[in-house]
Design a protein around this ligand. Structure first.
Ligand code: EPU
Length: 764
């Protein structure tokens, strides 16, 4: 150690000063701030973000600034900066220009650690879990260790802690920028060594060099994992080494490993001596190895095995390490920080072993440099996942690189032969893609070091509601998340329904109405979607589709027919024919179901729905049923106000006995009219209500707008009141075309067109 290092240790651990941290909200920097506050310094910090962690530190005395202004650090005697901070940061620049001492985070940590007997945990994967486990076991063993780990660890209380009583300091070393070479610990625990951080290191040899320097500076014991070839090769030659692992040659070994859902049990041996059984409440074989490293360390420091085993059982995971976000017999949602191919494989292996049917994964690549360098390895990392949705790269502090996107990894995974991979460049839609795939028995795993976990949290919150909805509709009903409404509208456009619910009977519908009212969830009913234009942002809340079961039934009694709201009008026309009832033939030409026909008093061939209605049954806003006769109902052209606030259940129509041939001939007439005057392409039927002066179709025709288009939305050449989807049209295209027609009608003919089609949902 140089004199400067010794001075820094004294400055940081024995004296009181003004210290400023640039980038204080980062997970590593906030730990340093916490230590400095506990050591009695006046600490200030700047960051563009504030987090729960900075809030906590502010309560402990941190002076927090939202901006990096040189003035904020004027009184600081030392400036500590994160490696994410750019050279031109105003505080850093001004401090350097005025000759103030500036040190990197790792230098500060190494100096603080030098005041105690340091234990540094290093390796590419598992550092946070293992360093936290080591700190916890030594603490339970009565050694009062100080600690510094890279994440919030619930069982430790905070990510960093200074304990004046103890001799040891356990820290997680960060190899990503070569700074582990700054440490002079007493002991080192080397978990694994692999190619990583190739934005900083040229190759594995460069990584090895840094690790070898650390080992040379380690004064006590080097613990390494004997199952890791690189770690073994690099550590084996040091003096005073102790190895652990599953291999027979290891000094500390685990045997009879039993991997359970979220835990594992194993026997621990030191050489030939059986120390006892350990039970670990964190899953996966990799964690058995990590625990063995901690057992070796703690045993060598004199903690009795019984105490070690007892504290290991109590050990709880770090956040974002196989963290369970939602657990029910039907679904399991787990979040994990894994972002390197090796970690992803290990986590997926654990996910597979949990015993659910399928594993669905959402992955956010972390850093452009890693995505580029390890793309081949990523291509092989997802073999154990049934479905994989990849989003775009989380850059961290890197600038984008041309051609490096999530698509690159999707292509590698597909090229490797995986059939279930897709790309969703919009992070905020990832939960929808995965959520819509969900089937009972699925485990969903979010993976990545950026902010993908937020998508899993949204999914978990929505799943809580979806499960309650499922309970309401029962076994026969159906509930789906984020169902694309383009699948449920005849126009084939529209974003997703947050909750898509299919009740099969009145009781379930009534319960749904009550539930939504109580929980303040918007509720929208959709029938066959034949007269509906859903915007591209979809519909928030519950979208109810009463179908199947009672809702599709048609009962004939005398001259009357009672049909559920889900029954197609076409089927009513044919059922009437079978019962020799006339007057309902025009229904053949309407693509919708009873619910929609009632709601808009649909019509064709000069007839309207309510001309044939005898009575209807509906549920009010509280879910209570009502039956109303026709004469009690207020009905207008293409408008039935009652159903704006209430929910139809069924309707009774009256036909009049007629000869079969007459019915046949009217049905034929309707079919012919439809065939010859209406398009067969995907549409929502007539877009506009007929204005008094002139039928809308004729008007559009006369305006010369047939065949005009926006994107893939086009006015039909067959009928001017139909807009057709030529394949892949969006609601935005449709709405723009509708607007153009309205403007032309207004400016050229002075006619105000009103849409007949119902326009709902949110824009993107
Ligand atoms: N016309 C034109 N050019 C066109 C389209 C129509 O000149 O491009 C003329 C027709 O020749 C006819 C008049 O406009 O003289 C009315 O047209 P049509 O007979 O096709 O009836 P419509 O009023 O456009 C109504 C319903 C349709 C229903 C048909 C068939 C409305 C808004 N539309 O159309 O319902 O199928 O009658 O009876 O009331 C729907 O509601 O979605 C729907 C398609």
């Amino acid at each position: 150690m140089t004199t400067a290092d010794v001075d820094l240790t004294k400055f940081l651990t024995q004296e009181r000063h003004n210290i400023h941290l640039i980038g204080v909200a980062g997970s590593g920097m906030s730990g340093i701030a916490g230590l400095l506050l506990q050591l009695g310094h006046h600490v200030s910090g700047s960051d563009k973000l504030d987090t729960l962690e900075t809030d906590r530190l502010e309560r402990l005395g941190l002076k927090f600034y939202h901006q990096h202004r040189a003035a904020e650090a004027r009184d600081a005697e030392l400036v500590i900066y994160s490696s994410a901070i750019k050279k031109d940061n105003p505080i850093l620049k001004s401090a350097q220009e005025s000759g103030k001492r500036t040190v990197r985070r790792a230098e500060a940590l190494a100096a603080i650690m030098s005041a105690k007997r340091g234990i540094l945990v290093v390796g590419m994967h598992g550092k946070t879990t293992t360093s936290a486990m080591a700190a916890h076991v030594l603490r339970e063993g009565g050694l009062h260790p100080s600690h510094y780990v890279g994440a919030e660890i619930p069982i430790l209380g905070t990510n960093a802690h200074w304990d004046a009583r103890g001799e040891y300091f356990v820290a997680e070393g960060d190899e990503s920028d070569g700074t582990i070479a700054l440490f002079h610990p007493e002991h080192a625990l080397v978990l694994n060594i692999e190619e990583e951080h190739l934005d900083f290191y040229a190759d594995l040899a460069a990584i090895e060099k840094v690790f070898r320097q650390l080992l040379a500076q380690t004064t006590g014991k080097v613990f390494y994992c004997a199952d890791e070839p690189n770690a073994t090769r690099i550590c084996r030659s040091s003096d005073r080494v102790i190895c652990y692992g599953l291999s027979d040659e290891a000094d500390y070994r685990a045997t009879d490993i039993e991997l359970r859902n979220f835990s594992s049990a194993f026997w621990v041996y030191r050489g030939k001596e059986r120390l006892g059984e350990a039970v670990l409440n964190v899953p996966g074989e990799h964690n058995v190895r990590n625990a063995l490293g901690v057992i070796a360390l703690a045993t060598e420091l004199g903690v009795p095995f019984e105490k070690i085993a007892k504290s290991l059982t109590k050990f709880q995971h770090a956040r974002r390490r196989f963290e369970i976000k939602y657990d029910s017999p039907r679904f399991l949602l787990v979040d994990d920080y894994g972002h390197h191919p090796t970690e992803i494989k290990a986590t997926l292996k654990t996910a597979r072993s949990v015993g659910r049917t399928r594993v669905l994964t959402m992955f956010q690549p972390h850093r452009y440099s890693r995505t580029k360098a390890l793309r081949k390895e990523f291509g092989h990392a997802f073999d154990q996942a049934d479905r994989v949705v990849i989003t775009d790269v989380y850059g961290s502090n890197e600038s984008p690189m041309p051609g490096v996107t999530g698509q690159l990894i999707v292509d590698e995974i597909a090229a490797h032969g995986h059939c279930g991979v897709s790309y969703q460049p919009r992070l905020e839609w990832v939960h929808r893609d995965v959520g819509n795939l969900l089937e009972p028995g699925d485990l969903v795993l979010s993976l990545g070091a950026g902010n993908i976990h937020e998508q899993l949290s949204i999914l978990a919150a929505d799943l809580v509601i979806a499960e309650k909805l499922k309970e309401i509709v029962g076994e026969s009903g159906d509930v789906r998340l984020y169902e694309p409404l383009s699948k449920h509208t005849t126009l084939r456009v529209g974003g997703p329904a947050q909750f898509w619910v299919e009740p099969r009977n009145e009781t379930a519908l009534s319960e749904l109405i009550r539930f939504c009212r109580r929980d303040n969830l918007p509720l929208f009913v959709i029938g066959r979607g034949s007269n509906l234009l859903v915007r591209d942002g979809g519909i928030r809340g519950v979208v109810v589709h009463p179908s199947g079961g009672d809702f599709d039934k048609i009962d004939i009694h005398g001259n009357e027919m009672t049909a559920g709201v889900g029954a197609k009008l076409k089927e009513i026309a044919y059922a009437a024919r079978a019962a020799d009832l006339g007057g309902l033939e025009w229904m053949e030409g309407i693509p919708g179901a009873v619910g929609g026909a009632l709601r808009m008093n649909a019509g064709a061939m000069g007839a309207q729905t309510f001309e044939k209605v005898v009575r209807i049954r509906y549920l009010d806003g509280e879910g209570n049923p009502h039956d109303k006769d026709r004469h009690e109902l207020e009905v207008h052209y293409r408008h039935f106000p009652l159903l704006e606030q209430n929910f139809a259940v069924s309707a009774t129509f009256r036909g009049s006995p007629a000869p079969r041939e007459q019915i046949e001939s009217r049905l034929h007439e309707s079919q012919e009219k439809r065939r010859t005057t209406q398009p067969i392409a995907k549409s929502a039927g007539c877009i506009f209500k007929n204005p008094e002066k002139c039928p809308a179709g004729k008007l559009v025709d006369e305006l010369g707008l047939k065949n005009s288009s926006v994107g893939k939305a086009r006015v039909s050449e067959v009928h001017g009141n139909f807009i057709v989807n030529d394949g892949g049209a969006t609601a935005t295209d449709m709405l723009e075309l509708i607007d153009r027609i309205k403007q032309a009608a207004r400016s050229k003919r002075g006619i105000e067109l009103e849409t007949e089609v119902q326009i709902v949902g949110e824009p993107i």
